[in-house]
Design a protein around this ligand. Structure first.
Ligand SMILES: Cc1cc2nc3c(=O)[nH]c(=O)nc-3n(C[C@H](O)[C@H](O)[C@H](O)COP(=O)(O)O)c2cc1C
Length: 145
C-alpha cells in the first residue's frame, strides 16, 4: 500500500549545510532500492521530510532516522495511504531554501497541524520545482506500489 509519512525534527546546534548534503546523498543512494521517494526541507533549525513508499519500509526508515544523531525529538505529523506519489521522480528532493524553509525563523512546526505542515512542504516543492532545483534521480519507480 502506497503510503506517505511526514515528520518534523530538530537539527542539533552546529549542524551545517555539508551534513544536510551528506544526508541527501545517502538518501538518494539508498531510497531507489527501497522504492522510497520524498522531499527533505531544512531551515537551519528544523527538518521536515515527506517519505513515500510501502508502509513497512517507511516504518523501518523513520525509526532509523529517529535514532540518527543528526536530528532529535522527531514528531510524526501524518501517515496515510495515498493513490499516487507527490514526489514520483525524486529519490529525495532538496526543498531547503524554498518557501518557509529559508532560514528566516518563520517555521513553527509545534504550532502547526498536519495540514499546515503539509502545505509548507507543498509550497516549497512548487517553488523548488519552478526553479528546477530538485535532483531527478528516481527513474523507473512505480507510481503505485
Ligand atoms: C533528517 C534525516 C533524514 C534522513 N533521510 C533518509 C532517507 O530518506 N533515506 C535513508 O536511507 N536515510 C535517511 N537518513 C539517514 C538515516 O538516518 C540512516 O543514517 C541511514 O539510513 C543509514 O542507516 P544504517 O546505518 O542503519 O544503514 C536521514 C537522516 C536524517 C537525520
Amino acid at each position: 500500500m502506497l503510503t506517505r509519512l511526514v515528520y518534523f525534527s530538530e537539527a542539533p546546534p552546529g549542524l551545517g549545510r555539508d551534513q544536510v548534503d551528506a544526508i541527501l546523498r545517502l538518501s538518494r543512494e539508498r531510497n531507489p532500492g527501497r522504492e522510497i521517494t520524498g522531499g527533505l526541507a531544512w531551515d537551519g533549525r528544523y527538518f521536515v521530510q515527506a517519505l513515500e513508499g510501502h508502509r513497512m519500509t517507511l516504518t523501518d526508515l523513520v525509526l532509523r532516522i529517529a535514532a540518527d544523531r543528526r536530528n532529535r525529538n522527531l514528531v510524526i505529523v501524518s501517515m496515510r495511504e495515498v493513490p499516487v506519489r507527490r514526489f514520483p521522480i525524486w529519490s529525495m528532493a532538496d526543498l531547503s531554501g524554498h518557501g518557509v524553509f529559508t532560514g528566516g525563523g518563520d517555521l513553527r512546526p509545534y504550532a502547526l497541524d498536519a495540514r499546515g505542515i503539509e502545505a509548507h512542504l507543498e509550497e516549497a516543492l512548487r517553488a523548488a520545482a519552478a526553479s528546477g532545483a530538485p535532483t531527478r534521480a528516481g527513474q523507473g519507480l512505480p507510481l503505485v506500489l
